[in-house]
Design a protein around this ligand. Structure first.
Ligand code: NAD
Length: 433
């Protein structure tokens, strides 16, 4: 099939590349010309393991093109996929400015019947708005499809090639066959439903996963007070098939471009129809508080923060991505420097993106984990990159001024800590040293 993908961010680029791999002709469009120039040279503007090899392969085999000319891409395609950003407005609602602009541009460029498929995460009812916007700009017939995306950054390619399920929302039953044909190369597990339900499935799924994370984090906080170990509790809970073991890792909470924005948006969606989503409000509140566990453990161990030197390991909101949107590291580093601490940071990939967002004279950018620890009063691990699991903890003890390790992701085992001689704080586990 001939596809145009509007927006070459984490979702649009990965989807475009994967649709091309399945023998579709794909044109990826972005209004950011510097991204398109890089992509034409098979250089990815985002860090995602394996993406550049696949871009290169698709370009070579002439299934994939990149352009900033949306009109041309629309005219040459049958299915137009909207994958632009839907960031939060200050009140938590989704900002639909990019999606509405893209819809208007698509409508204005149409030269015949098209299927317009929304992959961006959009509030319930947005696809109907998209239909109105497109209709205002074209006299040609078209159909609207909601196809929310569930990939995770860091494993986006395998998530797209082997998804648990694909959700398709349609209001014209004649589209079912085409949509199944387009997606069945990825999985047979395709659930076709109405458009509003498809839109809600995305928010409900992210809200549920965020709830699991905040739930286990609260259990962790209680474990610390009653002397239980949350990692053992999570194993035992996860053995129950009704619960499942995923998303039960206690830590400093979720971040990223999806969970924080989508939970807040769902609270707003409910509020707009006079429903107070009490449970989800608590999930968000627990998550916000959880980041400060790093700060309170530093205080518990070192007293005041003014003038102390802290090493930070990991800035991205999770491993294997350069994405720092809503990463806990932003608030933690900002709080530390505001309190007068000096911070030495390290991340294998995300330092440049972090620095664009937040810089300060108290921050020193380090090229290795060891350098970030050297001479510090404590090291705080914020992102569970594999890189940090490899660090020799005895070496860490020897380069730190005070041997304090605060592990915000429960990466290290009791045995590793026992051999290290470190004063170790983690989340929901008994104090070890
Ligand atoms: P992103 O910010 O990485 O990428 C969006 C891209 O769209 C940018 O490159 C931007 O330049 C481009 N763009 C915006 N308006 C445009 C226009 N009118 N024409 C052409 N290009 C335009 O965003 P993302 O992380 O890929 O997310 C996209 C959507 O997918 C969001 O709604 C998000 O909630 C959803 N989503 C994201 C993820 C994820 O892990 N990032 C997962 C599932 C769903």
């Amino acid at each position: 099939m001939k596809l145009a993908v509007i927006g070459t961010g984490y979702v649009g680029l990965v989807s475009g590349v994967c649709f091309a791999l399945k023998d579709n002709k794909v044109i990826c469009v972005d209004m950011a010309e510097e991204k398109i120039e890089k992509l034409k040279r098979a250089e990815s503007p985002i860090y995602e393991p394996g993406i550049e090899e696949l871009i290169e392969q698709n370009l070579r085999e002439e299934r994939l093109e990149f352009t900033s000319d949306l009109g041309e891409a629309v005219r040459r395609s049958d299915i137009i996929i909207l994958a632009v950003g839907t960031p939060s407005l200050p009140n938590g609602e989704a900002n639909l400015q990019y999606i509405e602009q893209a819809a208007a541009d698509v409508g204005a460029a149409m030269n015949g019947y098209k299927i317009i498929m929304t992959k961006s995460t959009v509030p319930v009812g947005t696809n109907e708005k998209i239909r109105e916007v497109v209709a205002r700009h074209t006299r040609h017939a078209f159909d609207i499809v909601s196809a929310p995306e569930f990939l995770r950054e860091g494993s986006a390619i395998s998530d797209t090639l082997h998804p648990d399920r694909i959700i398709i929302g349609i209001d014209n039953p004649e589209l079912r066959e085409t949509m199944v044909e387009l997606h069945q190369d990825f999985t047979d597990n395709i659930y076709v439903t109405d458009i509003r339900s498809a839109e809600m499935i995305k928010y409900a799924s992210n809200a549920f996963l965020a709830t699991k994370i905040s739930f286990i984090n609260e259990i962790a906080n209680i474990c610390e007070k009653v002397g239980a170990d949350v990692t053992n509790v999570a194993v035992g809970m996860g053995m129950d098939k009704r619960i499942g073991s995923s998303f039960l890792q206690a830590g400093i909470g979720y971040g990223g471009s999806c969970f924080p924005k989508d939970t807040n948006a769902l609270i707003q969606i409910a509020g707009n129809v006079d429903y107070e989503f009490k449970l989800l409000k608590s999930v968000v509140e627990v998550n916000t508080d959880q980041r400060y566990m790093i700060i309170s453990k530093l205080r518990e161990s070192l007293g005041q923060l003014n003038g102390i030197h802290v090493g930070i390991w990991g800035l991205s909101f999770k491993p294997n991505t350069d994405d720092i949107r809503e990463a806990p590291s932003l608030e933690i580093v900002e709080t530390l420097v505001k309190e007068g601490a000096f911070v030495k940071v390290h991340d294998p990939i995300a330092m440049d993106k972090f620095r664009e967002q937040f810089d300060h004279e108290h921050i020193q950018w380090c090229s290795t984990a060891e350098e970030a620890a050297l001479g510090c009063d404590a090291v705080c691990l914020l992102t569970d990159w594999d890189h940090y699991r490899q660090v020799d903890l005895r070496m860490l003890g020897s380069v730190l001024r005070k041997p304090v390790l605060i592990d915000g992701r429960n990466v290290f085992s009791e045995q590793q800590i026992a051999e290290s001689g470190l004063e170790y704080y983690s989340v929901g586990r008994p104090r070890m040293s």
